[in-house]
Design a protein around this ligand. Structure first.
Ligand SMILES: [Zn+2]
Ligand SMILES: [Zn+2]
Length: 295
């Protein structure tokens, strides 16, 4: 941000375009020459865990591309040049060079060692680099991105003590038939495909890495005790999940057998791990069926 006032430095670095990544107004006088000629892009986000920066990557990448192709250079700034602007620059390197986010950040660190995108932005950069091809076509089609939006919505709603609005449900039919399925034990209806499974060991709340390792080690022995399959929302659950309740039961859509339950504030698996949010099918009510091709 402070660099904006150093017009001599901007000139020396051939800065022709500016991306401001922060909420609120940017000093009008400093920005005006860029803004009035379409050379200023303003992305209004805070440096918070709940901000979605990934949805802006295409806009910022296109803007940087256009500027540099015309022989210009771009100043990407936020308030301190540590988290938000570093995220935007990392996203550009991922897109341009098709490299993992950690590698891209390392390149930027060579010239600016203090960069440190917040954990949520790092996760978004990972989602972006791991699904780049699909993200460039249509970000909304990236399952990891949908899962990120879902978790964000559940977390925000949980803090407000209300049920979340679910915008995306996984289908319960696979086109490829190559996935592990969970079927109702009573009527054999397919209830979930492996793409909706939640690994509750990986999904448990983040704790300091050493104690997390110890915890996982401890529960690893208890894995066989799990009495639940945890899932992301599947389309047949829609009517129940949209009742606006904080918790409830799940019935098989075909035979109405009770097959599971959900709790937005979480539930404790029999292995000892808290899962939040928790949408669960009881192991005793469903059968795991593996695709024919791998039998
Ligand atoms: Zn468990
Ligand atoms: Zn059934």
């Amino acid at each position: 941000m402070f660099v904006l006032r150093r017009t001599d430095l901007l000139e020396a670095a051939n800065i022709t375009h500016i991306i401001s990544v922060l909420r609120g107004r940017v000093d009008h006088k400093l920005i005006e020459p860029y803004a009035t000629t379409g050379r200023h892009l303003h992305i209004e986000v805070d440096d918070d865990d709940d901000e979605n920066l990934i949805e802006h990557f295409q806009t910022t990448n296109d803007f940087i591309d256009k500027a540099t192709q015309g022989g210009g250079s771009v100043l990407v700034h936020c308030a301190m040049g540590i988290s938000r602007s570093a995220t935007i620059c990392t996203a550009y390197l991922i897109y341009k060079r098709q490299i993992p986010s950690e590698v891209a950040m390392e390149i930027i660190r060579q010239s600016r060692p203090i960069i440190c995108p917040n954990l949520a932005f790092r996760r978004q950069l990972e989602i972006y680099s791991e699904n780049l091809e699909q993200a460039l076509k249509n970000l909304d089609d990236v399952p990891a991105y949908q899962r990120y939006l879902y978790r964000k919505e559940v977390e925000m709603s949980r803090l407000a003590h209300k049920a979340p609005t679910i915008n995306h449900y996984a289908e319960d039919e696979s086109n490829e038939g190559s996935e592990v399925e969970l079927k109702c034990r009573k009527c054999r209806r397919t209830l979930a495909l492996s793409k909706s499974f939640v690994d509750h060991y990986a999904a448990s709340p983040p704790v300091a890495s050493s104690s997390r390792d110890r915890m996982l080690e401890a529960v690893g022995l208890n894995k066989s005790k799990c009495q639940h399959h945890f899932l992301d929302p599947v389309v047949w659950m829609k009517a129940e999940l949209e009742k606006g309740e904080m918790e409830g039961k799940l019935e098989c859509p075909k035979c109405s057998a009770k097959v599971g339950s959900y709790a937005w504030h979480g539930m404790k698996c029999s292995c000892g791990i808290w899962v939040t949010p928790a949408i669960s099918l009881a192991k005793g009510k469903v059968d795991v069926s593996r695709p024919r091709s791998t039998l």
